[in-house]
Structures are given as C-alpha cells and as structure tokens.
Design a protein around this ligand. Structure first.
Ligand code: FES
Ligand code: MG
Length: 572
C-alpha cells in the first residue's frame, strides 16, 4: 500500500494493531481493500428526525457506487443531524456541536477523504466547518430542495407561506381551519425547503465556494439527476484523494468573494453570514462582516424566489440554476477560484444559459440593482448588525420610531397581542436576550409577529431589532444579529420603552437616540438579565462559556482554526 494514503497508518503492515484494524473491517471488505485503495467516508446526515435529509440514504448509495467504480472503498458514516423544524431550543445551538463531533470522527477514523451529505439548514455548514478543520479531501452533495406543493391552486413556499398564512389568521382574514388545511400540502416531496431559505442558500453557496460538482447544487431532491451527480461525486472523491485536493486548497478568499456575490445575486438567507464567517474562521481566511456589504453592495438581485420574490427552487433549477446566475455576474467573480474538479469556477459558464427570464433575470434587467446584505453600525450595535433590504419594505429603510421592548421571547408572546400594548405602526419592536449566549443558541425569532391590533388595521411590516437570527424563509424590515448581544454586555440591554431608535439603511447606521451620558448611567434591564440562559452543565454550559458573537460567526472560540488529520497515538 502506498504510504501516502492516510488509512495506511491503520492498515499497512503485519503487526498486531494493523491486524486488529483490518480484521474487524473484513466484515464484507475483501483483502485488497487494504492495499492502496482510498477509503472514502460518506458523512451522512440522513435521519427520520431531519425530514429534509431523510432521502440521503438513497443518495449515499449512488455515492457508494461512484466510489467503488473509481477503485475506492466507500464507508457509510452516519453523523449528527439537525432537523431545523424539530430540535429545540434552536438548531443553531447544535451547529457547532455537530461540526465538532463530525470533525473528531473524521479525524479519529481510518479514512482518506469524505463525501459530505447535507441539506437542512445547519447540516451543510456543520459538515463544511468540520471538513475544513480536519483538512481531508472533501466534497459536498447538497440533498436538494423539495418539489413545489400547492394549496387551492396556489404554490406554497416552505416556511415563507407559514409565516404569511399565520399572520392572515391573526389578522382575521383566514380561518384556522383553512390554515391547518394547507398543512398537508406544504411538504410535497423529499428534500429541503423550496424557498431561497437557508438550506437552498447553503447548498448553492457550497457550490459557489467550489465544494460541489458544478451544476449539481439546487437539483431537486426527487430529480434523477441528483443521483447521477452523487455517483459522479463518489468517483471524484477518489480522485480528490489522489490529488490531495483539500478544502483549504479549494476554499480561498477568492471563493468567499464568489460566495458573497452569489448570496446577493440569489437573494439568499441572512443566516449565510454567520455560516460563512464561521467557515472562514476554520480556514484562517480573513473574512469579516463588512466584506458582505463591500462585496455585495454592487451585486444586482437576479433571482425572483420567495421569500423576497415569487418563484421556488424547482423553478430556479428549471430556469438554469446557479450556473446561469454565475454567468450573468461573471465580471464580479474572482476568476482565480477553483472547484473540487480542479477547474476554475468560471470555466464552462458560456454553456449555462437562462431558460426562463422571469425566474432568473439578466444582468441588464435585474430585480434590484443593489441586493447585498447591509451591515449597520451605531451605538445600538457597536459590533454590527445586518438587514436584508431585498426582504424589507422600501419605505421603512429610513425610519425613526419609539422602542417597544421585549425582554424574552416569552415576554413577547405574552404581550404582543395585548390590546393595551402601547404600540403603533411607527414603533420599533425590540427583542433582546436572543443572541448566542442569551437564549442560548441565537434562535430564528427576529422576525417578530406584529401586534394583532396593528395587523387588523392592515399593517404588514414594522421595523424590528433583535440580537437573534431570522429564518431564511422569513421577510420584513428586520435588523438582526445585533452584536454584541444583550447578554454579552451589548447596549441592546439598555433600551427602554419609548426611546427613539433611528434606522438609516442607506447611511448604514442603527442609532439609539439617547444621549451618551444618560446611556452610560443606565444599567441593563433587570427583566432582561433574569431571562438570560444560565445552563449548569452539558453542551449548553460549554456553549455559553465559549460561543463568540454573531459578527464573527458564532463559532466556539476554541474551535476556530484547524487541527489537521494527524492522530499520533495508537488505540491499543
Ligand atoms: Fe429543513 Fe427548511 S426545515 S430546510
Ligand atoms: Mg432556518
């Protein structure tokens, strides 16, 4: 066996340890499995409790065939999976845990490369972070979006239409019976959310970063071409090992630029900001919050998908998908970036036309000229906050209003529909205690429900400010990821009902209009402080003690960087 294969450290030779490593794996593997054939783990997030990824076992079978065909040894490696809709208090609390556990298992096992199977929101970020910190050759197969379901003749966007329909119920324009009637139509097939939410976004960004076989991301989960792409990926994984093409050789600063351009042009999820920052931290690439504004501000919005537009991922794929978008924004891309196939990301873009100009616009006729995520700063967010103008109301981009403050999500739920709540359409809703430490885990609650009495008056959007995140499928004039969060000493903890807050998106500021002397004299609101999480033990304790703020990706401080794949000591 050529000694350059990492797995040879386990399997080569005739000593007792090599005997043990081989003997237990001979349960089905032939003798020649241990003499120079790359061992490829298939890190598989399939789980019945992650409905969006439940089909990945079938995808894994196609990967397996491809690995075999190329002479490698495929090894199924079930890894921690995160079902965005199922786990509490929020899947984000477990992203770093999944990344850490996957990293350790990739390192601890006798493998030479890995195929990463993900889909639902946090799964692809966790897999990429893990692979980056281990540094073994790796490639992603995004599980793909589901097909479009429809209700009463109208297509349903996962997530987005849940928010919309539930607000209709609260506004009294839809009955509860009609609302629950749409439930069985929402999730039409295998696959992840079909809007341009976080899962769709992260699948596309994994490809823009170079980590997916070009043209595969965005393929709907039930589409036969997903299995073909999985097969191709399995073969490629073996080649990656021979070439030693690791995540760090593929994902460079140039790749992050391309990912940010893609995020803006597709109108992708705000959650991508924390995931890309965390991944950059693992790779030692100097990416910061302002890069999203600097690079994204000049990028036009070309994709008309929910939550900010009209269509769904099935339409996007039919219209030409990511490659067609990249072709339109080619001049904004860094052409030096490569992909897992060793070629440049921009190679072959001439053969990627737009097939439906309603779904994907040309550069000459964009949906918006400036699509990127705006980074706001000011005395209310010294570390920065973000807003997605494409999902917000243009008239609220510059707004001054009086704060209506909620100290926790429970406080919000208890009071938001109170007829006596002192709130009007110009108020600014503030929700704190929802950052990484405070909740813990930085949940998707920033798109607060609007007060019922205002909904009944026809109000459909208000300025909202929060230290949490919002679902990539949500919309509204929401300032989120406020850093530092209230629980980490951020000024958000000092806001009082009635304070004036000034949002100026064109000027990129978020200001609490309270004079500095008064602000300095205030102490954090007691009701807020008493709602912060104080976990005693376990992962939550580790997380709260070590999680960093949103502006650097909310990774754990001791997980930043990489440890490589070296394991120096024997197990027996
Ligand atoms: Fe899994 Fe939306 S819940 S992608
Ligand atoms: Mg989500």
């Amino acid at each position: 066996m050529p000694s350059r294969l990492r797995s040879a450290q386990w399997y080569a030779g005739s000593d007792r340890n090599a005997y043990i490593h081989r003997a237990w794996m001979r349960r089905g593997l032939p003798r020649d499995a241990f003499s120079g054939r790359p061992h490829i783990a298939i890190a598989n997030t399939a789980s019945d409790l992650t409905p969006c990824n439940a089909h990945l076992d079938e995808v894994a079978r196609s990967v397996r065939d491809g690995v075999h065909e190329a002479g490698g040894i495929p090894l199924n490696l079930p890894v921690i999976s995160l079902g965005e809709t199922q786990v509490r208090p929020t899947a984000m609390l477990w992203r770093n845990m999944a990344a850490m556990a996957i990293e350790e298992m990739l390192r601890a096992n006798p493998i030479d490369g890995v195929v990463l199977l993900g889909g639902c929101d946090k799964t692809i970020p966790a897999l990429l972070m893990a692979a980056a910190s281990v540094g073994l050759p790796a490639v992603v197969v995004p599980g793909g979006p589901m097909l479009t379901g429809s209700f009463r003749g109208r297509p349903l966007g996962c997530g987005t239409d849940v928010w919309r329909l539930s607000e209709e119920v609260r506004a009294g324009t839809m009955t509860e019976q009609e609302f629950t009637g749409s439930e069985s139509s929402m999730i039409r097939s295998r696959g992840h959310c079909n809007t341009m939410g976080t899962a769709s976004t992260m699948g596309l960004l994994a490809e823009a970063l170079g980590m997916v076989v070009p043209g595969l991301a965005g393929t709907p989960a039930p589409d036969s071409r997903l299995l073909e792409g999985a097969h191709t990926t399995g073969k490629l994984a073996v080649e990656l090992v021979h070439e030693q093409r690791t995540p760090a050789t593929v994902i460079t600063a140039a790749s992050f630029r391309n990912a940010i351009v893609t995020l803006a042009a597709t109108g992708g999820s705000t959650n991508a900001v924390v995931h890309l920052l965390a991944l950059a931290g693992r790779l030692g690439v100097g990416l910061n919050l302002d890069d999203f504004d600097r690079i994204g501000a000049e990028v036009p919005l070309l994709v008309d998908l929910l939550p900010s537009g009209r269509f769904l991922m099935d339409d996007f794929h039919r219209a030409g998908g990511l490659r067609a978008v990249l072709r339109e924004v080619r001049d904004l891309l860094d052409t030096t970036a490569i992909t897992v196939n060793g070629k440049r990301l921009v190679d072959g873009l001439d053969e990627a036309p737009i097939w439906d100009h309603e779904v994907i616009r040309t550069r000459q006729a964009p949906l918006r000229h400036d699509a990127g995520i705006a980074i706001l700063r000011g005395n209310l967010a010294p570390g920065g906050a973000i807003i997605k103008p494409a999902a917000a109301t243009p008239a609220l981009m510059t707004h001054r209003g009086r704060a209506v403050v909620f100290d926790s999500i429970e406080d919000l739920h208890a009071r938001i529909d109170d007829p006596d709540l002192r709130v009007d359409a110009d108020s600014v809703l503030v929700l704190r205690g929802c950052g990484p430490k405070g909740y813990p885990g930085m949940p998707e609650v920033a798109n607060m429900p609007l007060p019922r009495k205002l909904l009944e008056q026809g109000v459909r959007d208000m300025v909202r400010v929060c230290d949490g995140r919002m679902s990539g499928t949500a919309y509204g004039t929401v300032v989120l990821h406020v850093a530092p969060e209230a629980a980490a000493g951020g000024p958000l903890a000092l806001v009082r009902d009635g304070d004036l807050i000034h949002l100026d998106v064109p000027g990129r500021t978020l200001t609490l209009e309270v004079d500095a002397a008064e602000l300095a004299a205030r102490t954090p609101a007691e009701a807020a402080v008493s709602a912060y999480a104080t976990p005693r033990r376990g992962w939550e304790r580790l997380y709260v003690d070590h999680v960093m703020q949103a502006d650097t990706g909310a990774d754990l401080d001791f997980l930043v960087g990489a440890s490589g794949s070296e394991v120096s000591r024997e197990s027996h």
